[in-house]
Design a protein around this ligand. Structure first.
Ligand code: NAD
Length: 482
């Protein structure tokens, strides 16, 4: 890192900052990737002094990075940190903040790690103090609105004060090594690209399954639901990376233009597809890892009669020459059987079999969570007499090949912001196109008061989700895995 910086984290005492942002920045420190005089300034409501704040961060580092914690490095890292008590609505305090930032020439990044309802106050404060200079960058955490209208309102506020090129809309899924490896696999090899289309791909499945429930965030979650929380952002971003055309270069806008084309090519929802191609679920009580867990409606902060979904599965289609007719199944849920995030490419079966027994079609599974690896399911001769074939796996486990530590998603993205590389961040036009595509679903659920279907905690979701894939002659990955 050859440029010094001031990174101001609004909401700097919050859960996200303590659990993800400081540990990520600490990891960047371990590799020497932070400029020696770079500073991190937390701005939040609590009345703390620097020492109290540093103690809080130190505790977070020990808790969230127990294996990586090193006293000397932590001391070096904590010395960068200062605390600025602030009520976001008090404009006079931004002028004070400016004075502390103006002392040195630096690149200033404002990270808004607060709920979007505070964005207008913060942006207004920055603007009033003249802190939104062209050299600054602003990072926005999800959720960026709860529908098309509110997301546009947020963007309008942001884009009145900052140019689009200064805005970094963060989606930590895009910071995962394996997601970028998808680009390397697709565009760094000749092997896959000829098969990556409707001629050879039968269906694509993208799953983000969690075993956790809503934890302490019941109230937040009940106003959001799985569809807004995961589909509009993370899942559509993954879909774009899987389905995009090869960009002409790794230039940020070359990549983001191709992602935008995918979102724009998603087949719009119809009355029929809203009825047939989307399953909304909510977990009931059940058992997970031998522990009984409560129903969603009994969670703290959740109304007993809530109709918020904790699970969604849908079939999407991309209306272009490469993908026409290929179902893209997306699903995400809480309290599912396993914690797993993966992309599955199911290839078509060989047109003719010369072997006795069934021939399993090839499948490529790109796992993002809990491990990051790629597995190719192929057919091989089973040992022994005769010419029987059996499924075998070709595993690509990156840690077997690369000795270097893989960067954490937030670490990579924060370094990208500091270096001014927006490739892995959502541009406004893409975010807007994503909201345009999801809005009819939200409207349909609201107007028709569509209640979610119950599923038992610890399972893979409602049986209706299996019918979604069965209608297309396919099945979810875990239903066919050996
Ligand atoms: P949190 O409630 O734990 O923290 C909120 C922070 O905002 C605190 O530092 C608090 O002091 C500050 N704050 C609140 N009101 C303020 C005011 N008037 N003036 C100054 N500071 C004020 O929230 P969180 O979990 O850290 O989440 C922050 C944002 O990031 C939310 O929009 C959340 O949806 C989003 N997010 C959180 C996570 C996560 O894992 N926690 C993940 C992705 C996105």
């Amino acid at each position: 890192m050859n440029e010094t910086f001031d990174l101001v984290i609004f909401g700097g005492t919050g859960d996200l900052a303590l659990r993800k942002l400081y540990p990520a920045l600490y990891l960047a420190e371990t590799d020497g990737n932070l400029h020696a005089s770079g500073r991190i300034i937390a701005a939040a409501r609590q009345q703390l002094d620097d020492a109290q704040f540093r103690a809080k961060v130190s505790e977070a580092l020990k808790r969230f990075l127990p294996e990586k914690y090193d006293e000397a490095l932590a001391t070096k890292f904590l010395a960068r940190l200062t605390y600025f008590p602030l009520d976001v609505n008090n404009h006079a305090q931004y002028a004070q903040m400016k004075r502390s930032l103006d002392e040195r020439v630096s690149r200033t990044v404002f990270y808004l790690s607060v709920g979007p309802s505070l964005f207008p106050a913060i942006i207004g404060g920055l603007q009033a103090a003249g802190l939104n200079t062209p050299e600054t960058r602003i990072v926005l955490e999800k959720p960026l609105g709860r529908d098309l209208k509110s997301s546009r309102e947020i963007n309008e506020v942001v884009l009145k004060a900052f140019a689009e090129s200064q805005v970094y809309r963060i989606d930590h899924y895009l910071g995962k090594e394996t997601v970028q490896n998808l680009l390397a696999l697709r565009f760094g090899n000749t092997l896959l690209e000829p098969l990556w289309n409707r001629t050879w791909v039968r269906d694509v499945q993208i799953t983000i399954a969690e075993t956790v429930g809503v934890e302490t965030r019941g109230e937040f979650y009940d106003n959001t639901g799985a569809f807004r929380d995961m589909v509009q952002n993370h899942m559509l971003n993954l879909l774009c990376i899987v389905a995009m055309e090869p960009p002409s270069s790794l230039d940020p806008d070359a990549v983001r233009d191709e992602k935008l084309q995918v979102v724009r090519s998603l087949k719009p929802w119809t009355a029929e597809s809203l009825r047939e191609h989307i399953v909304r679920g909510q977990y009931r009580g059940g058992t997970l890892a031998g522990q009984s867990v409560p129903a969603y409606a009994s969670e703290e902060g959740v109304p007993k009669d809530s109709i918020t979904e904790t699970y969604v599965a849908l079939r999407a289609e991309i209306a272009n020459w490469r993908w026409a007719g290929v179902p893209f199944f997306l699903r995400t849920g809480k309290r599912m059987a396993e914690r797993r995030a993966e992309v599955v490419i199911n290839f078509k079966a060989p047109p003719h079999s010369i072997f006795p027994g069934a021939l399993n079609p090839n499948r490529m599974v790109i796992t993002l969570q809990p491990d990051e690896n790629v597995r190719l399911y192929t057919m091989a001769k089973a040992p022994g007499d005769g010419m029987r074939v059996r499924e075998v796996h070709l595993d690509l486990d990156f840690k077997d090949f690369f000795r270097e530590r893989r960067q954490d998603a937030y670490e990579r993205l924060l370094l990208d912001v500091l270096r001014g590389n927006p490739t892995l961040f959502m541009r406004n036009d893409e975010a807007d196109a994503a909201w345009r595509w999801v809005q009819p679903v939200l409207d349909h659920w609201q107007h028709e008061a569509i209640a979610p279907i119950g599923y038992t905690a610890g399972t893979w979701g409602p049986p209706a989700a299996s019918r979604l894939t069965a209608k297309e002659g396919t099945a979810w990955h875990e239903e066919t895995s050996v």
